[in-house]
Design a protein around this ligand. Structure first.
Ligand code: ZN
Length: 188
């Protein structure tokens, strides 16, 4: 297992639709192990393969809810159903979201309260998780990565402007930047 560099916004792999996984081989198992390790080192609660430069439809997640229940797994070739996204302004305190590909920044974004994630694991076993609250948010965020969508692409206008400025100020938004947890001094 290894901690791998995480690509920063601007890298084309983060802005394109990823392909279905077709080979459930040792290479895929190694990728998933590296994804767990990189997510833990960051640290983060989710990580999608395109963030490591791999244009495949899978993500890992690791989240402990308010009842101390651990939600941890890999979703390969997932489908996501979500409830309607609430209208109105996102709350800065309770709805601010971050992304390891835009490290150290957070912006408020409305998300659907409920999500149903369906996918398969490394053994091609299908599973389904009914999620609410922050877990549902994680699934929406990671699923978006597989379609080349970053959360900053979904922000309300005023936050989108701030995010664009921040990305420019950091020198991001170019094709070839990455950071490695534990190596580069960046807090996600
Ligand atoms: Zn992200």
């Amino acid at each position: 297992m290894a901690v791998l560099p995480i690509h920063i916004t601007g890298n084309p792999v983060l802005h394109a639709r990823a392909s279905e996984v077709t080979e459930f081989d040792a290479g895929l198992a190694t990728l998933v192990a590296d994804m767990y390790e990189t997510m833990a080192a960051a640290p983060g609660v989710g990580l999608a393969a395109p963030q490591l430069g791999v244009p495949l439809r899978l993500f890992v997640f690791n989240w402990t809810d308010d009842d101390e229940k651990l939600w941890r797994g890999v979703a390969i070739n997932p489908e996501l159903w979500i409830s309607p996204t609430p209208t109105g302004e996102a709350d800065e305190e309770s709805e601010s979201e971050g992304c390891l590909s835009i490290p150290g920044e957070r912006f408020p974004l409305r998300r659907a309260e409920l999500a149903i994630l369906r996918g398969v694991d490394l053994d091609r076993q299908p599973f389904e998780i009914k999620a609410e609250g922050w877990l549902a948010r994680i699934f929406q965020h990671e699923f978006d990565h597989l379609d080349g969508v970053l959360y900053v692409d979904r922000l309300e206008h005023k936050h989108a402007r701030t995010a664009a400025k921040t990305i420019r100020k950091n020198g991001w938004g170019v094709p070839d930047l990455s950071w490695t947890p534990g190596v580069d001094d960046l807090e996600a």
